[in-house]
Design a protein around this ligand. Sequence first.
Ligand SMILES: [Zn+2]
Length: 886
Amino acid sequence: MQEQRDMEKHKTIHLKDYRPPDYLIETVNLEFDLDEKRTTVKSLFTVVCNHDKCEGIHPFVLNGKDLVLKSLKLDGRPLAEHEFKIDDHSLTLLPVPNRFVLEIETEINPSANSELSGLYLSGGNFCTQCEAEGFRKITYYPDRPDVMARFFTTLVGDQAKYPVLLSNGNLIGSGQLKDGKHFAKWHDPFPKPAYLFALVAGDLARIRDTFITMSGKKVDLSIYVQQHNRDKCAYAMESLKLAMKWDEETYGREYDLDTFMIVAVDDFNMGAMENKGLNIFNSKYVLAKPETATDADFQGIMGVVGHEYFHNWSGDRVTCRDWFQLSLKEGFTVFRDQHFMEDMTSPGVKRISDVNVLRVHQFREDASPMAHPVRPESYVEINNFYTVTVYNKGAELIRMLRTILGPAGFRKGTDLYFSRHDGQAVTIDDFLKAMEDANNTDLGQFQRWYAQAGTPELQVTRAYNAKTKTYALTIKQTCPPTPGQPAKEPFHIPVAVGLLDNYGRDLPLTLDRGTDQQADSSTIVLHLRKEEETFFFPGVPEKPVPSILRHFSAPVKVKSDLTDDEHLFLMANDSDEFNRWDAGQQLAVNLLLNLVKDYQHGKTPKLDRNFVSAFNKTLVSGMPDKAFQTVALSLPAETYLADFMHVIDPTAIFEARRFVQKTLATELKETFLAIYYTNQDTGPYRVDQASIGRRSLKNICLAYLMELDEPGIRKLCMEQYRNAENMTDRVASLATLANFDCTERSDALASFYETWKHDPLVMDKWLSIQALSRLTTTLNTVKLLMADPAFSLKNPNKVRALIGAFSSNTVRFHAPEGEGYVFLADQVLAINTLNPQIAARLVSAFTMWKRYDEKRKALMKAELERILAAPKLSRDVHEIVSKSLA
Ligand SMILES: [Zn+2]
């Protein structure tokens, strides 16, 4: 019996099994009587058959979880017990007429909801999270995205405790009731799936503004936060208005309701949620002022506010048919927010940071047992598929479409998509069809990007014929096997290429084959469709240096035979900012991997002079974009380096990187100091590009200098910590001090704690900085911090800040005796029943275990097996662990 139930619990759901719903819902009337422990939910909805005839043929199945059913009526008649079936995840009615009204009353306990899915309490206020399957924890309902209905929602609550009552759409009524209660009634005129439903009730401050849309309509904008946070909303509001304007200008999308609301809550599993007209945010992505938020926090806020707002069209007005299509809304919307931020900030630097996320996290996922296509074919727990593959690789696919169709063709495609499918729940195929129809083109081969998992690899070889003045690039594509996909068909890959002459200038380009190659004279997009193709460039006067995959035009790895000298040349001259940076990264990767080998073989490391002089050149270059200069001076991440190793050696990678940092600091100390001083902030704090760039350059210089481990530099760092007038500079100094066992470290950490212990978001930084410290005592510190009032196992931000950060501290997490592994497994098991989604995120740190040495492999495997054997393992954790061990 137990076996049977577990099989039901861990059942795999397949895309190929998709069937349209048997019944649709026209309108939903919800009435909530809010109470912390016993909230009653009365729902009344009109159900219609979705076939010619349903009566007597199709049962009506509703989802439901953790609900107490109080009453059930069909067309006003109470149903007897034999007229329905109920179990712990569904309610089934048979027979039902072709059209009927169903009334359900359920009771729920928001205060017991620690999963933060459905209706729950955060800071004493009610809020909801219904994506993906949280609505079924509110009432029985066909909780699937292809059932779209118009919602009326009435909230009743204690007026003193919950003066603010919010739901989706427009407010259509409100008033007093007896016993100190009051009510608010909301109507959302746009049909929507239940996952976009939201409600909020609480004692919240309201920050107001307005936006005039492109057709002259006035929209009320509101941000709701806890009273003490009302001075931290200005940047989020500014970001919202910029996003609304940008979506009108870039996509022709206008906002549709009279009001747009954002609510910030402290307890939230994800970043934010695009509920129609009522976005609910993790407070991390709303609250900011210079004293409490870093430059990165400000940029994160603008990006996430933009992302959720853009969903109003790409997600809400046009939604997903089923959860396999998640990338339809997420890949597209991530691309939209990336593009928005490129327009608002430094486009090259933004692109570099997005590619870094892809390379460090998504390529890693592709190489793990959890590898899956952008449109997965099966899942056990959908919450496990809110991944970097679905989101960030999904965004790269949209970017490639824009490259292939050109900006104007892409816009024609999105216009057609939005107009054709407004009010519908559709598929990725529908999106591609709109792109094809609008551009009269065939994207048949491109579809493989959605179906095949894995990171393709390009092998590029070149040949120059001096006699005919012809240059040839041969590109071969391969894609490694992934679970369930041993062999792959060739992808359609847009490869943007430029050729540089001896002076480093772009050569004007033409191509002598094919008609669909695009060129802007200096960059040409090659369309690689076969396994191997050769592209010929006529009229090339001298042997050029190729700049391949400009602007990272496809999510692939490139292997070329470029020499170190050619990388140096590109680093200095490439007109493409991304490739100029990437050439430097490639050089650093090669150098670091050689040093890693030296460490492994006990050789004394030596830093290549050419590398030092190239680094120095970048350091003194005085680039106008200092944010770009900073990324150009940053060494590749440890996790990125690990990707190049057959057997990952975290200790050797750590030592090699540290050696390079320290040697550079020793050799270039005076230059680092000079640049540190010339880039000090003057005047009040500003979040513009120039100021952000200056601060980032100054702070990277400080981090290098600290590697010298000199009292004078520590004093300088401590001065910056003490005198900082903004959180960016304060955190930068604290983070680097945290790596050294010194009195300045303990003084700064203690003073930070005293100053900020009342502010949970700032305390998250304090936790993370200590969890990321490279000191050998870090694990012990983390264990002690778990008992600090600043930490809570129930709050996802705290868990990510402390435990999540520790698991990304590669050298300490992978400590050779395995104590880091035991610690993480203990926490996964502790959080497993509390919040399965967050536990599953944490356990993902083990998925790459097979890539390590025998000893670490065995230690990680033992922890995975220990987790798997635990009683009451959630579906979320079970899926990741069992797939990792398979
Ligand atoms: Zn999203």
